[in-house]
Design a protein around this ligand. Structure first.
Ligand code: DGY
Length: 325
C-alpha cells in the first residue's frame, strides 16, 4: 500500500506528478488555506503532510495524526509549525531553503526601488487623472545610489541584497547575531550593532527569521533611532515589526516610508490603520512568487517528504534530532 499524503493547497503540477509516483495523495483545492476542521478530518489517515506557511500546524493537529511522520513545509520559513511539538512526537519537519534566495532578494530590491522613487504613487496619480504637467517639485523621492543600506540578517537573502546594492553603488552595513567575516570581505559590507545600523541607514531591509528573539524586533524605541528619511523594507515575516509602532512611526513621519511584503496578521485586514496611510506600500507576500521558484520549492517540498517517508534523511530537515536513535 502506498503511503497517504495530504497536500494543503494546489501546488505546481510537476511536484504533484512526482508525489503521485509513490504516494496516494489528497489535496485541498480551495483558494484559501485549508480550514482547520477539514485538516483535522483528513489528518488521522495520513503519513505525511505538505503544508504551507499559511497553515498553523500545532500540537492539537499533530495529536489527531497518529501516523504522521513528515511535515514538509513549502517555504523556507517554518514559524507556522510548532517544531518543538513535532520533535516530541518524532515527526520530521522540513523546509525549502536556497531556491528562493535570489527571487526574494530581487523582489525586496524592487520594493526598495519602488518605495524610494514613489513608483506606486506615480502610477496611481496617472490613473486618477492627476498627471497635469511635468513639475520640478512633483513626486520627489530618494536616491538609491550612494545611499546606505542596512541589512538586518546577513543570511542567504541578506547577502543577495548586498550584491544587488553593490550594483547601485550603495554603502552596505549589516547586523546579525553572528559576524560573517568572509561575507564582509567578499561583499564589502560592514558589521554594525543594530542601534548603529538603524541610525546610519537610509534603507533598512529585514532578512531574519521570525523567532521569539526577533518578534517585534523593530518597535517604538527602534523607530526613534531611525532617520526621518529612512525607508523600511520587510520581506521576511510581518511579526518582526510591531505594527502599532510602525503605524505611529509612519503617521508622525518618524520614518519616511515602509514597503512590506509581509504583515502581522496576514492577510492584513482592510480596516487596519496602516492601510489609511499614504507612505506605505503593501503587497500580499509574493516575494518568492516567480513561476520557476515556486516550482522548485514545490519539488523540494515533495523530495523532502518522500525521503522522510522512505526512512531517509530529508535534504532539508529542520529538526534532525528526531532521526537520532
Ligand atoms: C518563505 O518561503 O518562507 C517565504 O516567505 C515564501 O515567500
Amino acid at each position: 500500500m502506498k503511503p497517504k499524503v495530504y497536500v494543503n493547497r494546489l501546488i505546481p503540477e510537476e511536484a504533484l506528478k512526482k508525489l503521485a509516483q509513490s504516494c496516494d495523495y489528497r489535496i485541498w483545492e480551495g483558494e484559501l488555506a485549508v480550514p482547520r476542521d477539514v485538516l483535522l478530518k483528513e489528518i488521522p489517515q495520513i503519513d505525511a503532510l505538505l503544508s504551507l506557511l499559511s497553515d498553523k500546524i500545532d500540537g492539537p493537529i499533530m495529536d489527531a495524526a497518529p501516523k504522521l511522520r513528515v511535515i514538509s513545509n513549502m517555504a523556507v520559513g517554518f514559524d507556522n509549525i510548532d517544531v518543538r511539538e513535532a520533535t516530541k512526537r518524532k515527526i520530521m519537519v522540513c523546509n525549502t531553503p536556497g531556491v528562493l534566495t535570489e527571487t526574494t532578494a530581487d523582489f525586496a530590491f524592487a520594493l526598495l526601488l519602488a518605495a524610494a522613487r514613489r513608483v506606486v504613487e506615480g502610477e496611481r496619480n496617472v490613473r486618477e487623472g492627476k498627471w497635469k504637467t511635468w513639475g520640478p517639485m512633483i513626486l520627489l523621492g530618494h536616491d538609491i545610489h550612494h545611499a546606505t543600506l542596512g541589512i538586518i540578517g546577513l543570511g542567504r537573502i541578506g547577502a543577495e541584497m548586498a550584491k544587488r546594492a553593490k550594483g547601485f553603488d550603495m554603502r552596505t552595513i549589516y547586523s546579525d547575531s553572528v559576524r560573517r567575516p568572509e561575507l564582509e570581505k567578499s561583499l564589502g559590507v560592514e558589521f554594525k550593532d543594530l542601534k548603529t545600523l538603524l541610525a546610519e541607514s537610509d534603507f533598512v531591509t529585514i532578512h531574519t527569521p521570525l523567532i521569539p528573539e526577533t518578534h517585534h524586533l523593530i518597535g517604538e524605541e527602534r523607530f526613534k533611532i531611525m532617520k526621518k528619511t529612512a525607508i523600511l523594507v520587510n520581506t521576511a515575516r510581518g511579526g518582526i515589526v510591531d505594527p502599532k509602532a510602525l503605524y505611529n512611526a509612519l503617521h508622525t513621519h518618524q520614518i519616511a516610508y515602509a514597503a512590506l511584503d509581509v504583515t502581522e496578521p496576514e492577510p492584513i485586514p482592510l480596516n487596519d490603520p496602516l492601510l489609511t496611510l499614504d507612505n506605505i506600500l503593501i503587497v500580499p507576500h509574493i516575494a518568492s512568487a516567480s513561476i520557476a521558484t515556486r516550482t522548485k520549492m514545490a519539488i523540494i517540498a515533495v523530495d523532502n517528504l518522500l525521503a522522510g517517508l522512505k526512512g531517509e534523511r530529508p535534504p532539508h530537515i529542520v529538526n534532525p534530532e528526531v532521526l537520532a536513535g
